[in-house]
Write a protein that binds this ligand. Structure first.
Ligand SMILES: *Cc1c(COP(=O)(O)O)cnc(C)c1O
Ligand code: SF4
Length: 347
């Protein structure tokens, strides 16, 4: 079923009317964060999906979906590949043997102040607890964000750690999502990183250009452009349907500042576990000037078992992808194993 035509501002705003979400007027990114959908009940209502009281019990990991992303979901289709990433279901509940709360050993690798140092030469700052969308498969869905760097001053220990270790040449800002910080706060943090002379590269891991593309403001791009650091932006998109014309324009704004943009995706059952879905995603990305970087095997976090794809199936898909795409459009298929010194290649 094609998305409804919601271009008429006269669309009625009645219950279950798909246009009530898709037809919202454009707003600034902070306003977009404020008006995001925050309950499964509302998400289902807006998209015309039957209510499910069972699913609401899964909201210990809260719902957060901006209307900008909702507008790319086909109303009435519970199998929509974007919806599936944000829709809580009863599948999340109950015991899931082998699926645990901290699957990649982040609690082990913490060095205080929201710093994770697992790999040579690279340190990651968990900059902020907020995300622009809550993905139900997230490996950090149980991460104790509130104790980690959600306030500006708590970055001090992370910055001190980086200052004290001159083997760290690259700083990754991840989260949560670092672009949920305001331009001013982010700029202040980048300035403190720039002041550490042995740091040469800055990497920003963010889903915001996908979820709320208007986050890519001229001020943000100018600030990164002015940095003495080589800046890389790694976005996160799992399906071509996430990349609409607004997203393409946002990616373009980043690239025009000479910043390289990479994408990471997660292999997800019912979202992108077909060669067509993966090939279309890669082609949409490269046509938008974005290089597919990683395809992650799902981290086994409790509540995400229904997204699991067999590694054997993953390898098969990678073989089919290689046969279909230019080499540069094929992502590296990797798994993260606690205690390893890099992501582990699978195929
Ligand atoms: C994934 C990750 C990185 C970056 O790894 P790359 O392979 O360089 O992309 C760095 N630090 C941590 C803690 C990570 O989880
Ligand atoms: S944007 Fe990233 S960190 Fe945030 S919920 Fe989604 S997968 Fe997790």
């Amino acid at each position: 079923m094609p998305p409804p035509d919601c271009s008429s501002t006269a669309a009625p705003q009645k219950n279950g009317d798909p246009c009530s979400a898709a037809n919202t007027r454009p707003v600034g990114w902070q306003q977009a964060m404020k008006r995001a959908i925050r309950s499964q009940r509302e998400l289902r209502r807006v998209l015309g999906i039957a209510a499910d009281p069972q699913a609401e019990r899964a909201e210990a990991f809260p719902t957060f979906v901006p209307l900008e992303l909702v507008s790319r979901i086909t109303p009435g289709d519970p199998g929509d590949p974007i919806l599936r990433q944000v829709l809580a279901t009863a599948d999340e509940l109950g015991d899931q043997p082998g699926f645990v709360s901290d699957p990649v050993g982040d609690l082990q690798a913490q060095r205080g102040g929201g710093l994770l140092h697992k790999y040579d030469g690279r340190a990651l700052i968990v900059t902020h607890g907020a995300c622009a969308v809550h993905c139900r498969y997230c490996f950090r869905r149980e991460f104790p964000y509130l104790e980690n760097g959600s306030r500006k001053q708590s970055w001090a220990p992370a910055l001190r750690y980086i200052r004290d270790d001159d083997s760290i040449e690259e700083v990754l800002l991840s989260g949560g999502d670092p672009l949920t910080l305001t331009d001013d706060v982010l700029s202040g943090l980048v300035e403190q990183i720039e002041a550490i002379s042995h740091v040469r590269r800055l990497r920003i891991h963010t889903r915001l250009p996908i979820a709320i593309p208007q986050r890519v403001t001229a001020e943000l791009v100018d600030r990164l452009d002015r940095s003495r650091l080589a800046v890389w932006v790694v976005v996160h998109s799992n399906h071509a349907q996430e990349i609409d014309s607004h997203v393409v324009a946002a990616l373009d704004r980043i690239r025009r500042a000479g910043i390289s943009v990479l994408n990471q995706a997660v292999l997800l059952a019912g979202v992108n576990d077909s060669v067509d879905a993966l090939a279309n995603l890669s082609l949409k990305l490269v046509d938008s000037g974005v290089l597919p970087y990683y395809l992650h095997q799902l981290d086994r976090v409790r509540g995400a078992r229904h997204f699991w794809v067999d590694i054997r199936r993953g390898k098969q898909l990678m073989g089919q992808l290689r046969a279909r795409l230019p080499g540069y459009a094929v992502p590296k298929y990797v798994i993260e194993q606690a205690g390893e010194n890099s992501k582990t290649p699978i195929a």
